[in-house]
Design a protein around this ligand. Sequence first.
Ligand code: NAP
Length: 430
Amino acid sequence: MENDPLRIGIVGLGTVGASVVNLLHNEAGALAHRSPRPLQVVAVSARDAGRSRGLDLSNIQWMDDPVALATHPDVDVVVELVGGAEGTARAVVEAALTAGKSVITANKSLLAHHGFALAQLAEKNGATLAFEAAVAGGIPIIKALREGGAANTIEKFYGILNGTCNYILTTMKKTRADFADVLAEAQHLGYAEADPSFDIDGTDTAHKLAILSSIAFGTRVDLGAVQCEGIRSVVFEDIQMADSLGYVIKLLGFAEKRGDAVSQRVYPCLVPKNAVIAPVDDVYNAVVFFGDYVGQVMIQGRGAGGNPTASAVVADLLDLANGRVSSAFGRKTENLAIAAPVPEESHEGCFYVRLMVLDKAGVVAQIASELSKEGISIKTLTQREQKIQGAVPLVFTTHACREAVMKRVLSHLESSDFLSAKPTMLRIEY
Ligand SMILES: NC(=O)c1ccc[n+]([C@@H]2O[C@H](COP(=O)([O-])OP(=O)(O)OC[C@H]3O[C@@H](n4cnc5c(N)ncnc54)[C@H](OP(=O)(O)O)[C@@H]3O)[C@@H](O)[C@H]2O)c1
């Protein structure tokens, strides 16, 4: 048994599944030195049996029914690479775990929605649920938090967790192009899906943040508690203004433990150019975490793509083959606490605000007066001369204040007669 092959069943042979099959085939010799048991793919399943995939599937059983694969007696471990929180992916993972078979998955959506219940199911049936590939693709951030950093109390972490958004924001800056044009180019290059909402509305980042929070803080995955805003409202003007003020704009996910509560936030924000995460551009991902003993740790690399993601899937397979098993979220499920969310309005920080103002006398004085009435102090104020559709951009940054107060001021300003559009508010972080 100890040296018997680890018999692998793979469901899903798309970008990631095909790369996993290729990696296991092409690197079999090197992997054999790292595993007491040969890693052997014995069965595969996908939607279309007739599709040409350019894969060598000889001696591998094709199964039309993915759930039958998941429970097949010849399969020791099921690799789920279909995607989605429900449907086939969920049915496959639940069937395998119920049958006591370990599961490796790259499916952040499934884990963000059902991670706690699936971890309980794995535990009940003596199976392992592993998902290094589900967060930040090839970056071993799960291992870093769950094993490498396990001696620490993690206070907080933040990261660039979506390569598509990072690519769009970076390219807007480099090419001075508008969001819509860059998004179209990203879709053409295969960096963004035909329906990009999952990425650009921050949902994908929220999924990954919820999974990492559970591991970092020992709490149950709570996707509903993530405050989430995407990058649709970021225009080139903001990127340019941020640059002249010494910042870059990034879509970040933040998580922080505050007593028994956990704050989880996803939004585009201004980051100083000298911040460690600021130079992480294009499709790259990065996570920075803070442990009480280790201090600050940053890990960065390719957060998506077939090969980087397959690298993480095969690392999980090697762990299984070597008998290195961990609880899914780093603790038994009975030790995962239910954390209260931190209300969004209690957030305190500095803000960047862009107002499109009509050319009228006394406008700046009125804005300054509204801010000072609420005790918000202005750090910088810039007015551009160039008119955009009859209005000029007036940008101010603030010293630290409560988010609720900032929003109240902006809602007052919105009803004034000198603004041509809704104010844009971005947080300034780090
Ligand atoms: N792509 C990445 O860079 C990346 C990075 C990190 C994590 N992930 C995650 O990895 C997973 C797979 O992503 P992917 O990009 O490889 O997706 P993909 O290219 O769309 O491949 C999905 C695969 O699942 C199969 N499939 C879909 N519906 C099915 C069904 N009802 N029954 C059986 N098979 C079905 C498809 O079959 P056919 O081939 O026959 O259509 C295809 O082989 C997802 O959870 C994703 O979030 C992806």
